[in-house]
Design a protein around this ligand. Structure first.
Ligand code: EPZ
Length: 432
């Protein structure tokens, strides 16, 4: 199990590039199961979750080749013979539950393990199951598995997500495009990850209306073609680096190869902190990059304390909640971060307190008083976004810090310490 030894405080200078998005890639990989033709997906990040999901997909007999050096994934589901996703694989990563929608769509039947627990609170899948039943599939739960079956053609139906759910939207779209005469999904998620999935499915021949809105209307087509597609850059990674770039008052960095259009209200909130921003549209690089931006962000001498509430897209993303709270420990004044998506995603708060931050959780929010000098300590990662926040805090803390269990980071940030060290961080990865 690796840990990071981090020296601080370190001002950051230089340019850091954003990799392909994990959360946008996983639905594309599931969509590749809907066709017996080859799917080629570029800009796939070298992450453990991608490798894990590739293993889940291979379990169906599908051929998956991940050329990590070129970030290219090739999926050939022409050899798909087994409509199953076993517990020992699904438990490693919740998003494996996308196999339910993909196998329902491709095979009309599925045996998929319910996802395991999560580092923070319950993450139910009731909306996935109710939506599939509303669509006309038969669902049975036995021994921790979901057994699904349905006819070749499902009658017209509709369903409303309460609350809106990224994962449920992905699963229901995958299950409908080859099977439902007409399926209308209300309160559908509008995250860029979902928009990208729908655009890829349209390229494969699917009939989907309302892409980018909260009402999706899907009409079945008989088959889907293969795909050649460039995966989106990771908007959460971009937001993470922009925030890392203002922790120290002498930092000024350029974050490149992401899309400002996918950042929702995050950039507006960022500007309220008093940072200096200059933005540049990058010319379309040869190959698969398209409409990418580059932002130079410079820390002010004193950050304004800004409170935020997380919301569904295009609101402030819950996946940047921990990183924002961490920056606010250095801002002048009191602020709070309320997570309206996950009420209990605050496991990083006691760890920040160990570094000396003045933070405490009250119900669905964390209250922060800054600026507070941080001092090095040993801290424990508990989930992907909490871990990166602790690395950010350790980079600001005086002296040396150990960030333990960085395997959480390796699930979602490609070469994090390599990229941060290139702009002035002092992070050493040590195997324990
Ligand atoms: C996706 O998770 C992301 N994961 C999460 O990122 C992200 O935090 C989340 O969306 C919200 O944006 C991937 O894309 C792989 P939801 P998902 O269903 O789909 C409730 C990361 O760090 N809900 O949109 O599981 C749920 O409890 C991960 O990369 C139900 O009640 O999130 C939550 O309160 C962490 N019943 C809300 O909806 C359901 O059946 C939103 O969850 C499903 C969800």
């Amino acid at each position: 199990m690796d840990k990071f030894i981090v020296q601080g405080p370190t001002p950051l200078h230089g340019t850091i590039s954003v990799s392909g998005s994990k959360n946008a890639a996983l639905p594309l990989m599931a969509a590749a199961l809907l066709t017996d033709e080859i799917c080629i997906i570029d800009n796939i990040p070298r992450l453990q979750d991608i490798r894990t999901f590739s293993g889940v997909i291979r379990g169906t007999g599908t051929d998956v080749t991940f050329d990590e050096a070129s970030n290219r994934l090739v999926i050939d589901a022409g050899t798909l013979t087994k409509a199953e996703a076993p517990y020992d694989l699904v438990r490693k990563m919740r998003a494996s539950f996308y196999m339910l929608g993909a196998l329902a769509g491709r095979c009309g039947q599925a045996k998929v393990s319910l996802p395991g627990g999560c580092a923070w609170g319950p993450r139910p899948v009731d909306l996935h199951l109710k939506g599939l039943e509303a669509m006309g599939y038969e669902i049975r739960q036995e021994a921790g598995y979901i057994f699904l079956k349905g006819p070749d053609t499902l009658p017209p139906s509709s369903f409303k997500l309460q609350p809106s759910s990224v994962g449920a939207t992905v699963n229901l779209v995958l299950a409908a495009v080859l099977r439902s005469e007409e399926f209308t999904l209300h309160h559908a998620a509008m995250e860029p990850d979902v928009v990208q999935l729908c655009e890829a499915l349209q390229q494969m021949g699917a009939d989907i209306e309302g892409v980018g809105t909260s009402v999706l209307r899907i009409r079945k087509v008989d088959r889907l073609n293969g795909l050649q597609f460039a995966n989106a850059p990771d908007r959460i990674e971009a937001g993470t680096y922009l925030l890392a770039g203002i922790m120290h008052p002498e930092s000024s960095i350029t974050v490149q190869n992401f899309r400002l259009s996918e950042m929702g209200t995050f950039m507006e909130e960022l500007q309220k902190t008093g940072v200096f921003l200059s933005m540049e549209a990058l010319s379309d690089a040869p190959g698969h990059f398209r409409n990418l931006d580059s932002v130079t962000i410079t820390a002010p001498s004193k950050l304004n304390a800004v409170s935020v509430n997380t919301e569904i897209y295009p609101g402030f993303p819950t996946d940047l909640q921990a990183q924002w709270a961490t920056v606010m420990t250095q801002a002048a004044g009191q602020s709070h971060v309320c997570d309206t998506i996950y009420m209990d995603r605050f496991s990083y708060v006691p760890e920040l307190a160990r570094l000396g931050a003045d933070v405490r959780v009250e119900r669905d929010r964390v209250l922060i008083q800054g600026p507070k000098t941080l001092n090095g300590a040993s801290v424990m990662s508990t989930d992907l976004r909490a871990s990166v926040s602790l690395v950010m805090a350790a980079m600001m803390a005086k002296g040396s810090s150990d960030v333990l269990r960085v395997y959480h980071l390796d699930r979602g940030y490609e070469e994090l310490e390599v990229k941060l060290n290139q702009i002035g961080a002092r992070i050493e990865r040590v195997s324990e």
